[in-house]
Design a binder for this molecule. Structure first.
Ligand code: WT7
Length: 656
């Protein structure tokens, strides 16, 4: 573990204001400790109580945790519920007229949808899905713009027990195809186009391309939402218009009552090897995590206007757009566009216009907003804000301070939330009315979450020492398996050698300081975090070598001021080592190629060519050495075992 060392030394501490604490759901550290103690003394009793308080069960559960077959844990498994019922119907008798969604389009039109109206739309669309013979357990791909309709589509799937798998609109036809095939999807819900920053992205065209790549016979229906009215090709055997199929549908739809363990959705995410993993979540346990964290971490109050800027294509957009806020009965903002269009103050304008109280975004967005205009927030009325949140990667203290002072006007706590696609909801995050904050630390675990830092043998490391971040006990919102690949699930997350297969291995390294605060240090695997998005280096390498001119490729990350991490690719071409103009030509060609293979988010920032890659005599690519080269640092590693030292000179040159 000597290689895991922290360089950060942050000593500032920020106390929550008494104003904030006084009306907080958890007003002080003692209340937090009482909850933790409760969980410690009676783990199952603690979770059962939360599940009974927060979820409306159609049939109550008697089994709390079934651990007969670890790590395939089941929670509340004889309980029966419907997630959509818990997000919509439950509010109809108490707050039918409350606005659920304030939608703002790319060009600024605002549409408000009440709980009653959202319920109606979800029911009609759910009935339309049933009418297409989509039933419980069927997989449905959702490839949609960031609009109310995306949430309607997800909630409608949940209502009928279909398992949705949302694919981010920025993914390419090939990435979409891979997910369609892996999921064995029966239907795809999409739109003619997506509009962001006035740019049109032809989603339906991309779906058509994906469906022409073979092995997609499972797909019987493509449902198309008309966003722009752009001409799209229509296959009348397969394609239907959203607005046509909902016509005449009843505004009531009896929910499909499912077991707590029924899969609510799968969501694909990158790992260190092979193809993306279909992370499979449950219904009851997942919903509980999303709802509890709304209450504890976002300190939800009924007067809040909640805004999470994440796209529904990522887990954040599932837990804190499509499910958590609705389960809570919140009013939330959904924004179709981008922070810079039509003005660099768009985010601040939205906060001002809709009186947003809770603003949750990513460090990469914060850094680019600083770059766009560090003083811009001062020109807007941000007095409605009371809580800020950050997610996706470690937030650097400079960005934290700016967010705190310029956006929150030193009044709003920042919740730096550590969690993952796999954990479903927040795991380590501040309780904002209770915890003193330290810029850059996600602070301490939620009550009932047994997070720890261990060494290779699974033993707790000393305070201040880096190690593997694990969660020692199963928790309700954790992933249940990887779609179609239980072995990979077990081997990746519950490895035998660490804690004897008992611990959930997160894939991050971290350390704890003297106050018990967690500091995340980074990934321990070959996963990059570019603008808060996970990218497997293997995926990008496979995309590169799929190009006919590429013989070999290795991809590493290097620090980037805005994106957090940037992709650097080292490439060996099949033909001659490129020189002169061919270098730039090849770079542009390969960058576009990767965008086409995976999606623009995976485009390498830099590409360098060599006649070879640095390898050990046994043929292993020396990735650590490549990382040093990518960062332009002095080589201090032992290169005596290097098969081909001359190649280093070529690769040192920045070709991109
Ligand atoms: C990885 C999970 C969780 C939703 C968005 C990303 C990194 C996430 C933090 C944070 C430091 C963080 C970790 C984690 N990460 N949040 N607050 N501080 N690192 O979900 O794509 O599943 O990525 O993002 O490395 O393992 P994801």
């Amino acid at each position: 573990m000597t290689t895991i060392e922290s360089v950060l030394n942050e000593t500032r501490v920020f106390q929550p204001s008494s104003d904030f604490s006084q009306r907080a759901n958890i007003p002080d550290i003692k209340t937090y400790q009482v909850l933790c103690k409760e969980a410690e003394q009676d783990y199952l009793g603690f979770w059962a109580k939360q599940a009974r308080n927060h979820i409306i069960w159609h049939q109550p559960f008697t089994s709390i945790l079934d651990n007969h077959e670890p790590p395939f844990y089941k929670w509340f498994s004889d309980g029966v519920l419907n997630v959509s019922y818990n997000c919509l119907d439950r509010h109809l008798s108490t707050q039918a007229d409350k606005v659920a969604i304030i939608f703002e389009s790319d060009s600024g039109e605002v549409t408000k949808t009440t709980y009653e109206e959202l319920h109606r739309q979800v029911c009609q669309f759910a009935n339309a899905l049933k009418n297409q013979n989509i039933t419980k357990g069927d997989r449905v791909i959702i490839y949609m713009p960031m609009r109310t309709e995306a949430v309607v589509a997800m909630q409608a799937c949940a209502r009928i027990g279909a398992i949705h798998s949302v694919v981010f609109g920025g993914f390419s036809a090939k990435s979409l195809h891979e997910r369609i095939v892996d999921a064995g999807a029966v239907a795809i819900i999409t739109a003619d186009e997506q509009v962001r920053g006035s740019k049109h992205n032809p989603l339906k065209d991309t779906v058509d391309q994906a469906l022409n790549m073979g092995d997609t016979d499972s797909v019987k229906h493509v449902i198309v939402y008309r966003r722009t009215g752009a001409a799209v090709s229509f296959n009348s055997d397969r394609d239907v218009w959203w607005h046509e199929i909902v016509q005449q549908q009843s505004v009531d739809c009896e929910p499909e009552w499912v077991s707590s363990e029924h899969p609510l959705f799968t969501l694909y995410t990158s790992g260190s090897t092979g193809k993306p993993k279909g992370v499979q979540h449950s219904s009851g346990g997942y919903l509980l995590g999303a709802k509890l964290s709304m209450q504890w971490i976002f300190d939800y109050h009924s007067s809040d206007i909640f805004w999470c800027t994440a796209d529904v294509g990522w887990i954040t957009g599932h837990s804190y757009v499509a499910y958590g806020p609705l389960a809570m009965g919140a009013t939330q903002v959904i924004f179709e566009g981008i922070p810079t269009y039509p003005t660099p103050g768009r985010f601040w304008e939205i906060i001002q216009k809709h009186r947003v109280t809770t603003f949750y975004t990513a460090p990469t967005a914060i850094r680019s907003l600083i770059k766009l205009g560090a003083d811009l927030p001062a020109r807007y009325d941000l007095s409605s804000l009371r809580l800020l949140g950050s997610v996706g990667e470690p937030i650097n203290p400079e960005a934290w301070m700016w967010f705190y002072e310029k956006v929150g006007q030193s009044r709003c706590p920042i919740v730096d939330t550590w969690w993952q696609t796999e954990t479903g909801s927040h795991m380590i995050a501040p309780i904002p009315g209770a915890f003193p904050l330290k810029p850059g630390s996600c602070t301490m675990p939620l009550p009932g979450i047994v997070a720890a830092i261990v060494d290779e043998a699974g033993h707790d490391v000393e305070q201040g020492k880096g190690g593997f971040l694990v969660i020692k006990k199963p928790f309700p919102s954790q992933l249940r398996t990887l779609w179609g690949d239980p072995d990979r699930f077990r081997n990746t997350y519950f490895p035998k050698d660490i804690g004897n297969g008992q611990y959930y291995l997160a894939g991050d390294s971290a350390y704890r300081d003297k106050d018990g605060y967690f500091w995340i240090m980074g990934r321990i695997d070959d996963v990059l975090n570019v603008s808060g998005h996970r990218l497997g280096t293997m995926e990008i390498e496979s995309a590169l070598v799929a190009h006919p001119s590429v013989a070999e490729a290795a991809v590493v990350g290097k620090p980037h001021a805005i994106k957090g991490e940037a992709v650097v690719a080292f490439v060996v071409l099949k033909g001659a080592y490129p020189t002169g103009d061919t270098v730039t030509e090849m770079i542009n060609l390969l960058r576009d190629w990767v965008a086409k293979e995976i999606g623009p988010i995976a485009k390498p920032e830099e590409i360098r060519f060599g006649e070879n890659l640095p390898k050990t005599r046994s043929g292993k690519i020396m990735r650590r050495l490549l990382r040093t080269l990518a960062r332009g640092e002095e080589i201090t590693q032992d290169i005596s075992t290097l098969e081909n030292p001359a190649v280093l000179e070529q690769l040192k040159k920045n070709a991109g």
